[in-house]
Design a protein around this ligand. Structure first.
Ligand code: MG
Length: 388
């Protein structure tokens, strides 16, 4: 029986995690649930899973939640301290980190420092401070368990192989909604970009998928997580999203991970690791698919991909800067403030303005994050200003 603290309980990763817990009550127990602002949903989850602690990050609704949960003996906390309390709760052995944005970083580090295994579903920790996080984990004995489907795939292919036998890691990408689009990227509206052909995800990651920044971030994630040089990571567009990742070894052999496009697969593997559990998901039926397609990514139409490689090569605080500038740019795009093609431009300009420092501590990383948010915001304001 593994006891879990779930940060980001009402998002798509959180809901899928709870589906797995529901399917395997003998294997998993929930000790803490945290969500940003869905008080009602969190209440229903708390009634079903009976955690010790519930964190509602934004205060609104917390008093109501507290009144409802107190009779059940469930403590309600809020804000950054509340999230920290949820991630470091004594009973929790495994923390599932699936909160959107950089807000999950401090609670995750605290959990890893306390020796708790961490299943990481959001990209920020591994992108911004991946090497630092792995160092902490090595010190405390915590396991870092990737949930991102491509990294879960690579992790499974790498299992049991010596690092020096690995030649290349290959991340696959669906190509997003604009894979076959040839022109007029400038006119892409948020509503169009929010329609993803394969995966149903939150708005931020769906836009990242449309710009292919998602893959750029995943390149950094892979570099940090598996300790390989950026030039040993490749991206391969594979619209069917059946092959999630491949590893090429020095002898030329490639191992691939295949599975249906359902996030419950990588989540469940992170939860059950090093074991595997049965489930009721349909089998992958290759005969009915009959064909799988692969192609090179179009680096001209998707400059965000190259920005990801660039940040990985520069290292230090550059990945944190890339990540923060991207968050600002995506938000502005969703608010109709900038165009689709402005997203890479804002990020590139912010990166070029940055003097890299070593990502030697969490405060150093957070300072770079804050600097990049401010700088990218100023760039966006300047574009919008009529005086310009
Ligand atoms: Mg992914």
């Amino acid at each position: 029986m593994k006891t879990i603290s779930l940060l980001g309980a009402t998002g798509s990763i959180g809901l899928n995690t709870l589906k797995i817990v529901r399917t395997h009550p003998q294997a998993f127990k929930v000790a803490a649930l945290a969500a940003r602002r869905s008080a009602k949903e969190l209440y229903a989850q708390a009634v079903e899973f009976r955690p010790k602690l519930v964190c509602l990050y934004e205060d609104q609704g917390a008093a109501w939640l507290e009144k409802k949960l107190k009779p059940l003996g469930i403590r309600v906390v809020t804000g950054p301290e509340g999230l920290l309390a949820a991630s470091t709760l004594k009973e929790a052995e495994l923390v599932v980190c699936a909160v959107v944005g950089a807000v999950g970083l401090a609670p995750l580090f605290a959990a890893v420092r306390a020796g708790k295994d961490a299943a990481i579903a959001n990209k920020e920790p591994l992108v911004m401070a991946g090497r630092l996080l792995l160092k902490e984990a090595a010190r405390s004995g915590a396991a870092i368990l990737p949930v991102d489907s491509e990294h879960s795939a690579l992790w499974q292919c790498l299992e049991g192989h010596k690092p020096e036998t690995v030649k290349k890691l290959i991340l696959t990408s669906s190509g997003g909604p604009f894979r076959i689009r040839k022109t007029d990227f400038k006119s892409i509206k948020p509503a169009e970009a929010l329609k993803h052909p394969r995966w149903k995800m939150g708005p931020k990651i769906t836009i990242d998928s449309a710009t292919m920044m998602n893959k750029g971030l995943e390149v950094i994630e892979a570099v940090n997580l598996f300790g390989v040089a950026p030039d040993r990571v490749d991206v391969l567009v594979h619209p069917e999203s059946i092959v999630h990742g491949l590893v090429e070894f020095v002898d030329g052999s490639q191992l691939a991970h295949l599975g249906i496009t359902d996030m419950r697969l990588p989540i469940q593997y992170a939860l059950s690791y090093p074991g595997r559990l049965n489930n009721h998901l349909p089998s992958l039926d290759l005969a009915s698919l009959s064909r799988l397609h692969f192609e090179e990514p179009n680096r001209k139409n998707f400059p965000c991909l190259e920005l990801g490689f660039e940040a990985a090569r520069l290292g230090g605080t550059h990945p944190a800067v890339l990540n923060a500038a991207n968050e600002t740019a995506v938000e502005s795009f969703l608010n109709h403030e900038i165009r689709f093609t402005d997203i890479p431009e804002v990020i590139g300009k912010t990166m070029r303005a940055h003097t890299s420092a070593e990502a030697s501590s969490l405060p150093a990383v957070m300072a770079a994050d804050a600097w990049a948010r401010e700088t990218s915001r100023a760039l966006i304001e300047k574009r919008r200003s009529p005086k310009k």
